[in-house]
Design a protein around this ligand. Structure first.
Ligand code: BGC
Length: 351
């Protein structure tokens, strides 16, 4: 079956090269879901920038984070003659078979934002420094509470990301690298006792799942007026869940609303930051990441050296990686960072 697919692919690719001699190549872009703002942006910027560079682009979203759909869409991209695949994997370990077929057919694979594990059939990885994202979140908590000056104790809860997304553990571990010592010495207290990744993870990163877990935590631990000082959330979709649960439970900004961290600068979260319903986020400029992925693909197809600045081990080999820089965002710098850079208009952030 694999051989037949590989043979068909070779034929399709020969025909498509003959048929589209003018295109720089055909790129299959595989995104996880349209339900999060983040991936709509990545998909749009990748498509626009690849097209501007002369590529034909096939852009697909895998339903709402559906792994079999992502696999089927990748197979179709191969059959349609894509000679490069740019993939943001839903599940880091579920694409091995289809990628082995791609490799046999000489198709290059770039992991976009998320590493794909347990395969030798990926070529490059473009992302932001994910551990650093978590460090920025954790350091924000340390600085805002004055933990290094011995202040405390403060109560903290944690909401992490999808266990299938390898980034999620990097974010969590990065944040923990900053706050663990204060949990150990009692300056931070997690009243629910849920401090390990497996306990605090949020399958598929959904707001509703994070909100439901936060509802339960509040009901079980904070209903009687016990203060909650921090909810350390790995990204904006989960932060929005925490915010919704806290507002519903009667927590009020300026009175007892906790510090809430996030990541992505989703419009909904930036609006929350402006209102004090979220404290910070991380700006990952998806225009820059898309440009980096396009640069990698250009170099690979031209047979030129590919610029990288790190490696990430995917359990099989050290994947040459380019890390882009994640930036801290809060109410004091969002205008310059997000509006000034042309990422958002002022109107899009107005209520
Ligand atoms: C990305 C984050 C995003 C999360 C949920 C992660 O892989 O790096 O930016 O918030 O997925 O989509």
């Amino acid at each position: 079956m694999k051989k037949v697919l590989a043979l068909t692919l070779t034929l399709v690719m020969i025909l498509s090269v003959v048929g589209s001699a003018m295109a720089a190549g055909k790129v299959g872009v595989s995104m996880p879901t349209k339900s999060l703002q983040r991936w709509n942006e990545d998909g749009d910027y990748l498509k626009a920038q690849f097209e501007a560079a002369g590529y034909e682009v096939e852009l697909q979203y895998a339903g709402d984070n559906d792994v079999p759909t992502q696999v089927a869409q990748l197979e179709t991209m191969l059959l349609n003659g894509c000679n490069v695949l740019v993939i943001t994997a839903i599940d880091a370990t579920s694409l091995g078979t289809v990628l082995a077929t791609a490799k046999e057919a000489g198709v290059k694979v770039v992991c976009h934002d998320r590493i794909i594990l347990d395969t030798d059939a990926v070529d490059y990885y473009a992302t932001f420094d994910n551990f650093q994202v978590g460090e920025i979140q954790g350091q924000y908590v340390v600085d805002t509470l004055g933990l290094a000056d011995g202040k405390g104790p403060f109560n903290i809860e944690f909401i992490a990301g999808d266990p299938g997304d390898n980034n999620a553990t990097y974010f969590f571990n990065g944040a923990m690298s900053k706050v663990q010592q204060y949990l150990d010495n009692g300056q931070l207290v997690c009243v629910s006792g849920q401090t390990t990744f497996d306990k605090v993870a949020t399958p598929k990163w959904t707001t509703a799942t994070a909100q439901a877990r936060m509802d339960d935590i509040i009901a079980a631990n904070y209903a009687g007026g016990t203060p909650l000082d921090v909810v350390l959330c790995s990204n904006d979709s989960t932060a929005q869940g925490a915010t919704n649960a806290l507002v519903a439970a009667g927590f009020e900004v300026g009175k007892n609303f906790p510090i809430i961290t996030g990541q992505d600068c989703d419009i909904a979260s930036v609006k929350n930051i402006i209102k004090g319903l979220q404290s910070m986020s991380i700006f990952k400029d998806t225009r820059i990441l898309a440009a980096r992925t396009v640069t990698i693909v250009n170099s690979v197809l031209a047979g030129e050296p590919v610029e990288t600045n790190s490696t990430v081990n995917n359990h099989v080999f050290d994947v040459p990686t380019f890390y882009c820089l994640p930036l801290f965002a809060d109410v004091n710098n969002y205008e310059e960072l997000l509006i000034g850079s042309g990422y958002y208009t002022a109107e899009s952030l107005a209520d």
